[in-house]
Design a protein around this ligand. Structure first.
Ligand code: KMH
Ligand code: ZN
Length: 310
Protein backbone atom coordinates (compact mmCIF):
# COMPACT_ATOMS: atom_id res chain seq x y z
CA UNK A 1 0.00 0.00 0.00
CA UNK A 2 1.31 3.46 -0.91
CA UNK A 3 2.08 5.96 1.84
CA UNK A 4 -0.74 8.29 0.65
CA UNK A 5 -3.24 5.79 1.86
CA UNK A 6 -1.58 5.41 5.23
CA UNK A 7 -3.00 7.16 8.24
CA UNK A 8 -0.74 8.33 11.01
CA UNK A 9 -2.45 7.70 14.33
CA UNK A 10 -1.01 9.76 17.16
CA UNK A 11 -1.84 8.85 20.72
CA UNK A 12 -1.64 11.67 23.30
CA UNK A 13 -1.46 9.61 26.46
CA UNK A 14 -1.89 12.00 29.38
CA UNK A 15 -1.69 15.74 28.51
CA UNK A 16 -2.21 18.59 30.93
CA UNK A 17 -5.95 19.11 30.64
CA UNK A 18 -7.44 16.24 32.58
CA UNK A 19 -6.78 15.76 36.28
CA UNK A 20 -6.55 12.55 38.36
CA UNK A 21 -10.14 12.80 39.65
CA UNK A 22 -11.51 12.67 36.12
CA UNK A 23 -10.31 9.15 35.42
CA UNK A 24 -8.54 6.52 37.53
CA UNK A 25 -6.95 5.31 34.29
CA UNK A 26 -5.14 8.58 33.48
CA UNK A 27 -1.40 7.78 33.61
CA UNK A 28 0.48 10.07 35.99
CA UNK A 29 3.85 8.57 36.93
CA UNK A 30 6.70 8.41 34.40
CA UNK A 31 6.58 4.61 34.27
CA UNK A 32 2.79 4.64 33.76
CA UNK A 33 3.00 7.25 31.00
CA UNK A 34 5.76 5.30 29.25
CA UNK A 35 3.90 2.00 29.57
CA UNK A 36 0.71 3.53 28.15
CA UNK A 37 2.70 4.95 25.25
CA UNK A 38 4.36 1.63 24.44
CA UNK A 39 1.00 -0.16 24.51
CA UNK A 40 -0.59 2.53 22.34
CA UNK A 41 2.20 1.96 19.82
CA UNK A 42 1.60 -1.78 19.90
CA UNK A 43 -2.07 -1.07 19.19
CA UNK A 44 -1.20 0.93 16.07
CA UNK A 45 -0.11 4.42 17.04
CA UNK A 46 2.85 5.62 14.95
CA UNK A 47 3.41 8.68 17.16
CA UNK A 48 2.97 9.18 20.89
CA UNK A 49 2.51 12.72 22.21
CA UNK A 50 3.98 13.14 25.67
CA UNK A 51 3.45 15.47 28.62
CA UNK A 52 5.16 14.94 31.96
CA UNK A 53 3.53 15.04 35.37
CA UNK A 54 4.94 15.30 38.83
CA UNK A 55 5.26 11.66 39.95
CA UNK A 56 3.79 12.37 43.42
CA UNK A 57 0.91 14.72 42.68
CA UNK A 58 0.15 14.30 38.98
CA UNK A 59 0.52 18.07 38.38
CA UNK A 60 1.82 18.80 34.87
CA UNK A 61 5.53 19.56 35.01
CA UNK A 62 8.17 20.97 32.67
CA UNK A 63 10.98 19.12 34.49
CA UNK A 64 13.27 17.87 31.74
CA UNK A 65 14.48 15.00 33.93
CA UNK A 66 10.95 13.65 34.15
CA UNK A 67 10.58 14.01 30.37
CA UNK A 68 13.93 12.28 29.87
CA UNK A 69 12.87 9.36 32.03
CA UNK A 70 9.58 8.94 30.16
CA UNK A 71 11.12 9.26 26.70
CA UNK A 72 14.01 6.89 27.43
CA UNK A 73 11.65 4.29 28.87
CA UNK A 74 9.53 4.43 25.71
CA UNK A 75 12.55 4.30 23.41
CA UNK A 76 13.89 1.25 25.23
CA UNK A 77 10.80 -0.75 24.32
CA UNK A 78 9.45 0.75 21.12
CA UNK A 79 10.50 2.43 17.88
CA UNK A 80 7.39 4.68 17.97
CA UNK A 81 7.94 8.35 17.06
CA UNK A 82 8.00 10.35 20.29
CA UNK A 83 6.53 13.85 20.17
CA UNK A 84 6.93 15.77 23.44
CA UNK A 85 4.85 18.84 24.17
CA UNK A 86 6.16 22.39 24.12
CA UNK A 87 2.69 23.58 25.12
CA UNK A 88 3.28 22.23 28.63
CA UNK A 89 0.60 23.06 31.17
CA UNK A 90 -1.12 26.08 32.72
CA UNK A 91 1.23 28.63 34.23
CA UNK A 92 4.50 27.47 32.64
CA UNK A 93 6.72 30.04 30.93
CA UNK A 94 7.65 29.72 27.27
CA UNK A 95 11.28 29.01 28.27
CA UNK A 96 10.19 26.20 30.59
CA UNK A 97 7.93 24.77 27.91
CA UNK A 98 10.49 24.59 25.11
CA UNK A 99 13.42 23.28 27.15
CA UNK A 100 12.68 19.71 26.01
CA UNK A 101 13.73 20.61 22.48
CA UNK A 102 17.38 21.65 23.01
CA UNK A 103 17.80 19.13 25.84
CA UNK A 104 16.26 16.03 24.27
CA UNK A 105 16.34 16.90 20.56
CA UNK A 106 13.19 14.97 19.66
CA UNK A 107 12.25 14.09 16.07
CA UNK A 108 9.04 16.12 16.34
CA UNK A 109 7.36 18.23 19.04
CA UNK A 110 4.18 20.24 19.36
CA UNK A 111 4.42 23.95 18.44
CA UNK A 112 1.42 26.08 19.40
CA UNK A 113 0.55 28.68 16.78
CA UNK A 114 -0.93 31.54 18.77
CA UNK A 115 -2.03 33.00 22.08
CA UNK A 116 -5.43 32.21 23.52
CA UNK A 117 -7.40 31.91 26.73
CA UNK A 118 -6.93 28.15 27.04
CA UNK A 119 -9.92 27.50 29.29
CA UNK A 120 -10.63 24.42 31.38
CA UNK A 121 -12.71 25.96 34.21
CA UNK A 122 -15.95 24.69 32.67
CA UNK A 123 -14.88 21.13 33.57
CA UNK A 124 -15.12 21.85 37.33
CA UNK A 125 -18.90 21.55 37.53
CA UNK A 126 -18.81 17.92 36.37
CA UNK A 127 -17.12 16.81 39.61
CA UNK A 128 -18.47 16.99 43.16
CA UNK A 129 -15.08 16.68 44.80
CA UNK A 130 -11.48 16.38 43.78
CA UNK A 131 -8.87 13.87 44.89
CA UNK A 132 -6.02 16.40 45.13
CA UNK A 133 -6.02 20.02 46.36
CA UNK A 134 -4.36 21.35 43.23
CA UNK A 135 -6.95 20.10 40.72
CA UNK A 136 -9.77 22.60 41.28
CA UNK A 137 -7.29 25.49 41.65
CA UNK A 138 -5.57 24.49 38.39
CA UNK A 139 -8.82 24.30 36.43
CA UNK A 140 -10.20 27.51 37.97
CA UNK A 141 -7.02 29.44 37.18
CA UNK A 142 -7.59 28.80 33.47
CA UNK A 143 -10.57 31.20 33.51
CA UNK A 144 -7.97 33.98 33.52
CA UNK A 145 -5.09 32.22 31.76
CA UNK A 146 -3.54 33.42 28.54
CA UNK A 147 -1.66 30.60 26.83
CA UNK A 148 1.14 32.81 25.63
CA UNK A 149 2.53 32.36 22.12
CA UNK A 150 3.29 35.87 20.80
CA UNK A 151 5.03 36.38 17.45
CA UNK A 152 8.27 37.03 19.34
CA UNK A 153 7.79 33.70 21.15
CA UNK A 154 6.93 31.90 17.92
CA UNK A 155 10.11 33.18 16.24
CA UNK A 156 12.18 32.03 19.20
CA UNK A 157 10.44 28.65 19.38
CA UNK A 158 10.87 28.08 15.62
CA UNK A 159 14.58 28.90 15.81
CA UNK A 160 15.01 26.42 18.66
CA UNK A 161 13.20 23.70 16.71
CA UNK A 162 15.26 24.10 13.53
CA UNK A 163 18.57 24.36 15.42
CA UNK A 164 17.80 20.92 16.81
CA UNK A 165 16.31 19.45 13.62
CA UNK A 166 13.02 18.92 15.43
CA UNK A 167 9.97 19.01 13.14
CA UNK A 168 7.28 21.39 14.40
CA UNK A 169 3.78 19.97 14.64
CA UNK A 170 1.77 23.18 14.36
CA UNK A 171 -1.16 23.15 16.79
CA UNK A 172 -3.85 25.41 15.33
CA UNK A 173 -6.79 26.00 17.66
CA UNK A 174 -8.54 28.44 15.39
CA UNK A 175 -8.43 29.80 11.85
CA UNK A 176 -6.25 32.75 12.89
CA UNK A 177 -3.53 30.31 13.91
CA UNK A 178 -3.41 28.98 10.33
CA UNK A 179 -2.89 32.56 9.16
CA UNK A 180 -0.14 32.95 11.75
CA UNK A 181 1.56 29.88 10.25
CA UNK A 182 1.19 31.34 6.74
CA UNK A 183 2.74 34.62 7.89
CA UNK A 184 5.66 32.82 9.54
CA UNK A 185 6.14 30.75 6.40
CA UNK A 186 6.20 33.89 4.25
CA UNK A 187 8.86 35.47 6.48
CA UNK A 188 11.00 32.33 6.46
CA UNK A 189 10.53 31.67 10.19
CA UNK A 190 8.77 28.39 9.36
CA UNK A 191 10.06 26.07 6.66
CA UNK A 192 7.93 24.01 4.27
CA UNK A 193 6.40 21.50 4.17
CA UNK A 194 4.31 22.30 7.23
CA UNK A 195 2.64 19.69 9.40
CA UNK A 196 -0.53 21.16 10.91
CA UNK A 197 -2.77 19.79 13.61
CA UNK A 198 -6.31 21.18 13.63
CA UNK A 199 -7.32 21.29 17.30
CA UNK A 200 -11.08 21.40 17.82
CA UNK A 201 -13.12 21.78 20.96
CA UNK A 202 -10.86 23.64 23.39
CA UNK A 203 -12.84 26.44 25.07
CA UNK A 204 -11.15 29.58 23.74
CA UNK A 205 -10.64 28.03 20.29
CA UNK A 206 -12.73 26.78 17.38
CA UNK A 207 -15.62 24.34 17.92
CA UNK A 208 -16.24 20.76 16.93
CA UNK A 209 -18.79 21.07 14.14
CA UNK A 210 -17.92 19.36 10.87
CA UNK A 211 -18.16 22.83 9.28
CA UNK A 212 -15.41 23.99 11.65
CA UNK A 213 -13.10 21.27 10.39
CA UNK A 214 -14.03 21.98 6.78
CA UNK A 215 -13.25 25.66 7.32
CA UNK A 216 -9.85 24.89 8.86
CA UNK A 217 -9.02 22.46 6.04
CA UNK A 218 -10.21 24.81 3.27
CA UNK A 219 -8.22 27.68 4.76
CA UNK A 220 -5.05 25.59 4.94
CA UNK A 221 -5.61 24.30 1.39
CA UNK A 222 -5.98 27.84 0.11
CA UNK A 223 -2.91 29.13 1.97
CA UNK A 224 -0.55 26.20 1.46
CA UNK A 225 -1.85 24.42 -1.64
CA UNK A 226 -0.98 20.75 -1.52
CA UNK A 227 2.25 21.36 0.31
CA UNK A 228 1.37 20.37 3.86
CA UNK A 229 0.33 17.38 5.93
CA UNK A 230 -2.36 17.60 8.57
CA UNK A 231 -4.00 15.84 11.46
CA UNK A 232 -7.15 16.34 13.54
CA UNK A 233 -7.94 16.50 17.25
CA UNK A 234 -11.52 16.58 18.51
CA UNK A 235 -11.63 17.25 22.24
CA UNK A 236 -14.03 15.33 24.48
CA UNK A 237 -16.88 13.36 23.02
CA UNK A 238 -16.14 14.67 19.55
CA UNK A 239 -12.84 12.82 19.33
CA UNK A 240 -13.80 9.82 17.22
CA UNK A 241 -16.36 11.65 15.06
CA UNK A 242 -13.97 14.41 14.05
CA UNK A 243 -11.08 12.00 13.57
CA UNK A 244 -13.28 9.90 11.30
CA UNK A 245 -14.18 13.00 9.29
CA UNK A 246 -10.50 13.87 9.12
CA UNK A 247 -9.52 10.48 7.85
CA UNK A 248 -12.24 10.58 5.18
CA UNK A 249 -10.83 13.94 4.07
CA UNK A 250 -7.38 12.38 3.75
CA UNK A 251 -5.84 13.62 6.99
CA UNK A 252 -4.18 12.00 9.96
CA UNK A 253 -5.65 11.73 13.45
CA UNK A 254 -4.89 12.01 17.13
CA UNK A 255 -6.67 10.15 19.92
CA UNK A 256 -5.85 9.52 23.56
CA UNK A 257 -6.55 10.57 27.13
CA UNK A 258 -5.05 14.05 26.69
CA UNK A 259 -8.05 14.97 24.54
CA UNK A 260 -10.81 12.61 25.67
CA UNK A 261 -11.29 10.15 28.53
CA UNK A 262 -14.23 8.20 27.12
CA UNK A 263 -14.48 5.34 24.68
CA UNK A 264 -18.23 5.83 24.34
CA UNK A 265 -21.05 7.52 26.25
CA UNK A 266 -20.46 7.03 29.99
CA UNK A 267 -17.70 4.50 29.30
CA UNK A 268 -14.25 5.59 30.50
CA UNK A 269 -11.38 4.27 28.44
CA UNK A 270 -9.34 1.90 30.58
CA UNK A 271 -6.24 2.47 28.51
CA UNK A 272 -4.94 4.62 25.70
CA UNK A 273 -4.40 1.45 23.67
CA UNK A 274 -8.19 0.88 23.66
CA UNK A 275 -8.65 4.27 22.05
CA UNK A 276 -6.03 3.53 19.41
CA UNK A 277 -7.63 0.13 18.73
CA UNK A 278 -10.97 1.82 18.13
CA UNK A 279 -9.36 4.29 15.71
CA UNK A 280 -7.56 1.46 13.90
CA UNK A 281 -10.88 -0.37 13.45
CA UNK A 282 -12.56 2.74 12.03
CA UNK A 283 -9.64 3.46 9.70
CA UNK A 284 -9.55 -0.08 8.33
CA UNK A 285 -13.32 -0.14 7.81
CA UNK A 286 -12.88 3.00 5.72
CA UNK A 287 -9.97 1.64 3.72
CA UNK A 288 -7.05 3.37 5.41
CA UNK A 289 -4.23 1.40 6.93
CA UNK A 290 -2.34 2.69 10.01
CA UNK A 291 1.18 3.87 9.21
CA UNK A 292 4.08 2.25 11.02
CA UNK A 293 6.45 4.58 12.90
CA UNK A 294 8.95 4.40 10.03
CA UNK A 295 6.24 5.17 7.48
CA UNK A 296 5.23 8.16 9.63
CA UNK A 297 8.89 9.29 9.69
CA UNK A 298 8.92 9.18 5.90
CA UNK A 299 5.57 10.95 5.45
CA UNK A 300 6.62 13.76 7.82
CA UNK A 301 10.28 13.91 6.80
CA UNK A 302 11.66 13.32 10.30
CA UNK A 303 15.38 13.13 11.04
CA UNK A 304 15.26 9.63 12.56
CA UNK A 305 15.29 8.06 16.00
CA UNK A 306 19.08 7.77 16.11
CA UNK A 307 19.39 11.58 16.16
CA UNK A 308 17.54 12.25 19.43
CA UNK A 309 19.25 13.00 22.72
CA UNK A 310 17.61 10.58 25.14
N1 KMH B 1 -3.57 19.84 24.51
C1 KMH B 1 -4.01 19.85 23.17
C2 KMH B 1 -5.32 20.43 22.96
C3 KMH B 1 0.64 20.78 23.23
O1 KMH B 1 0.83 19.84 23.97
O2 KMH B 1 1.54 21.55 22.89
C4 KMH B 1 -2.99 20.34 22.23
C5 KMH B 1 -1.60 19.99 22.54
C6 KMH B 1 -0.68 21.09 22.67
O3 KMH B 1 -1.27 18.83 22.65
ZN1 ZN C 1 -0.26 18.14 24.37
Amino acid sequence: MKNENKIIITCAVTGAIHTPTMSPYLPLKPEEIAEEAVKAAEAGAAIVHIHARDPKTGIPTSDVNVFREILSRIKEKSDVVICPTTGGGLGMTVEERIRVVPELKPEIASFNMGSMNFALHHLIEKYKEFKFDWEKRYLEMSRDFIFRNTFKDLEHIAKTFYENETKPELECYDVGHIYNAAYLLSTGVLKPPLHIQFVHGILGGIGTHLEDLMHMKRTADRLFGGNFTWSVIGAGRFEFGLCTAGLILGGHVRVGMEDNLYLGKGRLAKSNAEMVEKMVRIARELGREPATPDEARKILGLKGKDKVNF
